[in-house]
Design a binder for this molecule. Structure first.
Ligand code: ADP
Ligand code: MG
Length: 237
């Protein structure tokens, strides 16, 4: 039997919030579909990383998360796998009704990495992922968005541009991820983030990941998350 408190102490894991789900030890504990288990196996992810052990059951239970962990700890899969489950649970709607999953990241390079990771898990499930960041012509982006998507991975500035052009609607978005929130603030994206969040229904699930939690990010988290569970891994934050 896993001694949860000893385990967390050994990895410098701190978890706070009420009714915290127990961490998982293996991907098999998550109740994933065989399609998703196969996609995980294809990545040669043998077992979940510490942040994944804590965050996966929390996100799968529908709760909001503040995840604080350093780079390379496996945060991307921690929010993408539950996102796939969340989307597969929704009734299929018409193609032009907008994405269910919305992921914001500070730079085009980071957004692109997340896009590639999301596609690995989305494809076999028949889900469509769109990338919305600079480097791609706005014309092509508009065309792609018109064709419909279930997930968008975006930088805040370009997502605002696309929303202003009415290239997509947020009416069915219910799973919002803010990745590397501290860096998005450093880059001056706070107004864009607030605008994006303001366009997504309040009964959404919100996941905020950050390497550090400066006061400004803390304030945003308090405003936009509902009864979040905070998971801190390592000597960060
Ligand atoms: P972070 O966002 O925390 O910086 P990433 O999600 O980018 O970290 O993951 C870092 C690397 O670890 C990536 O190459 C990713 O494919 C890999 N990775 C993620 N989860 C696992 C896992 N459970 N087992 C092995 N490798 C993993
Ligand atoms: Mg990351």
């Amino acid at each position: 039997e896993l001694d949860v408190s000893e385990y967390r102490k050994s990895l410098a894991i701190r978890v706070s919030g009420f009714d915290v789900p127990k961490p998982i030890k293996a991907f098999a504990d998550c109740g994933f579909s065989s399609v998703l288990m196969n996609a995980i196996a294809k990545q040669s992810y043998e077992k979940p990383t510490p942040i994944q052990c804590q965050a996966l059951p929390i996100a799968l239970s529908g709760r909001d998360i503040i995840g604080i962990a350093k780079t390379g700890s496996g945060k991307t899969a921690a929010f993408i796998l539950p996102m796939i489950v969340h989307i597969m649970d929704q009734p299929e709607l018409k193609k032009d009704e907008g994405p269910i999953g919305v992921i914001c990241a500070p730079t085009r390079e980071l957004a692109h990495q997340i896009y590639l990771e999301a596609k690995k898990f989305a494809k076999q499930n028949g889900l469509r992922v769109s990338a919305i960041y600079g480097g791609m012509s706005k014309h092509d982006q508009l065309k792609e968005l018109k064709a419909g998507c279930d997930v968008v991975v975006a930088t805040p500035g370009r997502l605002i541009d696309m929303l202003k052009l009415k290239a997509l609607t947020m009416m069915r978005a219910t799973y919002l991820v803010l990745d590397e929130a501290d860096r998005m603030f450093d880059l001056g994206f706070e107004p864009q983030i607030r605008s994006i969040v303001g366009q997504i229904r309040p009964d959404r699930q919100t996941l905020l990941f950050s390497a550090t939690m400066p006061r400004k990010v803390e304030r945003l988290a308090r405003e936009i998350l509902t009864d979040p569970i905070r998971v801190t891994v390592g000597e960060v934050g």
